[in-house]
Design a protein around this ligand. Structure first.
Ligand SMILES: *[C@@H]1O[C@H](CO)[C@@H](O)[C@H](O)[C@H]1NC(C)=O
Ligand SMILES: *[C@@H]1O[C@H](CO)[C@@H](O)[C@H](O)[C@H]1NC(C)=O
Ligand SMILES: *[C@@H]1O[C@H](CO)[C@@H](O)[C@H](O)[C@H]1NC(C)=O
Ligand SMILES: *[C@@H]1O[C@H](CO)[C@@H](O)[C@H](O)[C@H]1NC(C)=O
Length: 271
């Protein structure tokens, strides 16, 4: 993620100069594109599903404050991934991925957005027709008993991705509004296929073996996915965390859930 987020704000107004562009620190008026819902009324989950889809559509169109903080949405540049897996049946591997670009998130469909009345955590079902990750890799170890070492370009393409996002949040107050502080994101994934190509496997010493190794990984993609699962889960979780944490410091929770309690009402006076 780009982290050159420089912000200077007035104390009284929620308006800041952000790298020379006038941007807001947070919204004080509900944007017209955002439908709001009431959690203590029937039909909330349906309403919230539509509302979160609209919010995401707007992220895709480009919310200036979000683009400024994390860069373009699709393709999206994500932070380097350092991955190490020991003592696993399918893989003992150390991999470093740099220049990581992820594509496909503009097609995200929110299938269902549930919010807990207890702690206001979210459970969101998301569908992505296709996600593709491109990166420069350095790798050493074994996957599916195949000794691997090399460095080069790789891509991983995942089709029909069903994502369950489990988000924990802590409510806080700002300017008389209730906001979500996204504290953790966990993901669960199902997909119909994973396709991978690792260029320059074995450091180019044996292009024939490299080709058949890629073929083998693709023929056995479920096992290959199991080997790389922690890496993929972390990448997807990070992308949603980055987007949600930026968006929800910007847009009051009240604009989505009109009747959300204040932090004081939810946690009591002592917290
Ligand atoms: C779900 O919400 C949409 C948009 O708010 C509405 O058009 C639709 O009728 C709702 N469906 C149900 C089953 O309530
Ligand atoms: C990954 O990067 C770390 C830290 O830079 C390095 O120690 C390690 O050897 C690298 N792993 C591979 C497989 O290149
Ligand atoms: C993945 O599939 C299993 C089995 O069909 C299902 O129980 C689970 O809810 C699915 N998870 C996601 C994230 O779609
Ligand atoms: C959000 O939570 C983190 C810890 O998870 C904390 O460091 C940070 O101060 C919180 N931000 C706000 C605005 O409450």
């Amino acid at each position: 993620m780009k982290s050159s987020f420089s912000l200077s704000c007035g104390l009284l107004a929620a308006v800041c100069i952000l790298n020379g562009v006038v941007a807001v620190e947070y919204y004080t008026q509900k944007p017209s594109w955002l439908p709001s819902c009431r959690i203590y009324e029937p039909g909330f989950t349906n309403c919230s599903t539509h509302s979160i889809q609209k919010l995401l559509d707007q992220v895709v169109i480009g919310i200036p404050e979000v683009v400024e903080a994390i860069g373009p949405f699709d393709p999206m540049h994500v932070r380097n991934i350092y991955f190490k897996q020991d003592n696993n049946e399918v893989a003992t591997i150390s991999a470093n991925l740099t220049d990581v670009m992820v594509k496909g998130f503009t097609k995200t469909i929110i299938m269902e957005s549930r919010v807990s009345k207890k702690d206001f955590g979210w459970q969101t079902k998301v569908y992505l027709p296709k996600m593709r990750l491109d990166a420069t890799y350095q790798m050493a170890g074994r996957i599916l008993l195949i000794p691997l070492s090399g460095s080069g370009h790789l891509y991983i393409e995942i089709e029909d991705l069903d994502i369950l996002l489990l988000t924990t949040t802590r409510l806080y107050e700002k300017g008389g509004f209730t906001f979500n502080n996204v504290t953790a994101v966990r993901v669960k994934l199902n997909m119909s296929r994973v396709h991978t190509e690792l260029d320059n496997l074995f450091n180019g010493r044996s292009p024939e073996v490299a080709r058949s190794t890629n073929q083998f990984f693709n023929d056995n993609w479920r096992d290959f996915y199991e080997a790389l699962k922690p890496l993929i889960l972390e990448t997807v979780a990070n992308i949603f965390y980055e987007i949600m944490s930026k968006v929800f410091h910007l847009i009051p929770a009240n604009f989505i859930i009109e009747d959300i309690p204040t932090p004081q009402q939810l946690y009591g006076k002592n917290q």
